[in-house]
Design a protein around this ligand. Structure first.
Ligand code: FES
Length: 72
């Protein structure tokens, strides 16, 4: 899905930028150019960044548990 029509940035590109190491909306904007022109997509772009970061944090915390469970 296109998030930014001015620069052609999709939600997938935003996710890829985060998987590649961006950890804030500002970093994603600098890496992808999203919301760098008219700015109308900023709200949606921030939402995609927020959702991706929180699902990434959730999956990382799930991954860190199995070692503790196997010890118990
Ligand atoms: S739609 Fe993203 S900067 Fe215009």
């Amino acid at each position: 899905m296109y998030v930014c029509l001015c620069t052609g940035v999709t939600d997938g590109k935003i996710r890829d930028a985060i998987y590649d190491g961006c950890c804030s909306y500002r970093e994603v904007r600098e890496a992808t150019g999203v919301a760098s022109q008219c700015g109308k997509c900023a709200c949606l772009a921030k939402q995609v960044v927020r959702e991706t970061l929180s699902s990434l944090q959730a999956s990382q915390s799930v991954m860190s548990y199995p070692a503790e469970f196997s010890v118990a």
